[in-house]
Design a protein around this ligand. Sequence first.
Ligand code: KG4
Length: 338
Amino acid sequence: MAVTILGIESSCDDTSAAVIRDGLLLSNVIASQSVHEEYGGVVPELASRAHQQNIVPVVDAALRRAGVDKHQLSAIAFTRGPGLLGSLLVGTSFAKGLSLGLRVPIVEVNHLHGHVLSHFVRANPDDEVPEFPFLTLLISGGNSQLVMVRNYNDMEIIGQTIDDAAGEAFDKCAKVMGLPYPGGPHIDRLAAEGDPKRFKFAKPHIPGLDYSFSGLKTSFLYTLRDNIKLDPEFIEKNKADLAASLQSTIIAILLDKLDKAVKQTGVRTVAIGGGVSANSGVRGAVADYCAAHGIRAFIPKRAFTTDNAAMIAIAGYFKYLDKIFCRYDAAPFARVNV
Ligand code: KG4
């Protein structure tokens, strides 16, 4: 019998539902929340309320677009964490309620586990997927990790940030430049026209495979404050060079540890994932690095770099196949590792 999984993602400010049947994606619906724009960041209470409004229509649309009746579902997968507790509670409670009503099991999915497995979301059986073992560079607004993936349900964090995430470095520096939130995509756009060698920012000296981005952020701020006293005119005139220099420093930091991890583990396949993997510079640099070292690179489609339920559904599918279900008293969690 076909295995049909409904995935639900509500960890931050996107409400998403997706349907996967026998490992193939049938639908992936995302409702983004514009309510946060005027606050320069996600407001947790507003996010939970928007999730509550969105969840029923989004799940309904995902089932309709997939051509699947809810009684055909084998299980319901949901993001249990990490993320905003109030937001997670909406998806978690909805998944539990629907599963009780339909008498099908629930499968909890770690959001980061979902990002790692997003490369297995296929629309066609011929689409290529990574071979195990592989290394994932997971870079988002909340996390920067190097994850060794041995199998669908067997992965280990071998390096991670000790302070800010790569996305935070993008967003916080962009904020200083007066760019809208989230600043990452704006830096990406501006960097395309700038000189990456114009400004020099600090790079961390952290041993092993761990990352650090807070020093870079401070150095960016001090460059502006000391030299030009946060002069808006200077920033405006030099925004492309500032963006290009910042982006190239972040890429250098990311690639330095990726290279170390590749050498240490001997993997022949590298994947990237998370919001920051949408960055043109990061995508190009990882592709070039892999080509130069004879390594296979998996760069996600931009649609799968941001939060989506397709990755939750595929992670849930592989857990379902391994019969890893969850109890009804499973509460959401805000912070945890893969
Ligand atoms: O994975 P994600 O959607 O969710 C969180 O972890 O919150 O990642 C969001 C992060 C933000 O920091 C955003 O600025 C960054 O991904 N981002 C980018 C780009 N697109 C999104 N950073 C740099 N360049 C981009 N094109």
